[in-house]
Design a protein around this ligand. Structure first.
Ligand code: ZN
Length: 194
């Protein structure tokens, strides 16, 4: 596992704030998998929250970072902030409770977009250039434009409660009704009873 930690530290390139974020996420999750190479199409994260037979939740976090993009450090911070939202009590979808794989993928893509509005101030607080929050490629993917518009133009939803309400309503409008959500409270992952 240690090579994953070192890989992230290398990408952080001695940026103190990003190094601190790495340490926070790493220790809170007890390690995360990191894949970094030039062949990757884009950078991404996966929380991999699973419901276990004993009704507890277990996250299986991983990130992938596209190397050679010129914004590796920012991409790393971006993906780590997605994982940080999970630690801060923001609702996350439980992955293995979907009966339909396509719905799961759509829901994950929509929530990736929903996260961004909450993450952007955090990204700036790290002292990173807001222009480098996303790769330009991410910004213009036409199939996601309507979702981006929906989450950028609605009332703010800064708290975990507001996020849950906004995201649930939006997913519902795409036929994704009552998915199972989990949240991390005081270090323990629990199913959110709605
Ligand atoms: Zn993202």
């Amino acid at each position: 596992m240690i090579q994953f930690l070192n890989c992230m530290r290398e990408i952080a390139a001695r940026d103190e704030n990003v190094l601190n974020l790495i340490a926070k996420i790493w220790f809170a999750y007890g390690g995360i998998l990191v894949f970094a190479n030039e062949q990757l199409e884009f950078s991404a994260f996966r929380l991999g929250l699973e419901l276990l037979p004993n009704d507890t939740l277990r996250p299986g976090p991983s990130i992938q970072i596209k190397l050679g993009s010129g914004r590796e450090k920012e991409a790393l911070a971006h993906e780590l902030l997605h994982l940080d939202l999970g630690l801060s009590g923001y609702p996350r979808l439980v992955q293995n409770t979907f009966s339909d794989g396509e719905q799961r993928q759509l829901a994950n893509s929509i929530l990736n977009i929903a996260d961004h509005r909450v993450m952007r101030p955090m990204f700036e607080e790290l002292g990173l250039d807001p222009e480098r929050f996303m790769s330009t490629q991410d910004g213009i993917a036409p199939q996601w434009a309507k979702h981006v518009e929906a989450f950028e133009s609605c009332d703010p939803y800064a708290s975990p409660c507001e996020y849950l309400e906004r995201a649930s309503t939006y997913l519902h409008s795409f036929g994704i009704a009552d998915p199972v959500w989990g949240a991390c409270k005081a270090g323990a992952w629990q199913v959110i009873q709605q």
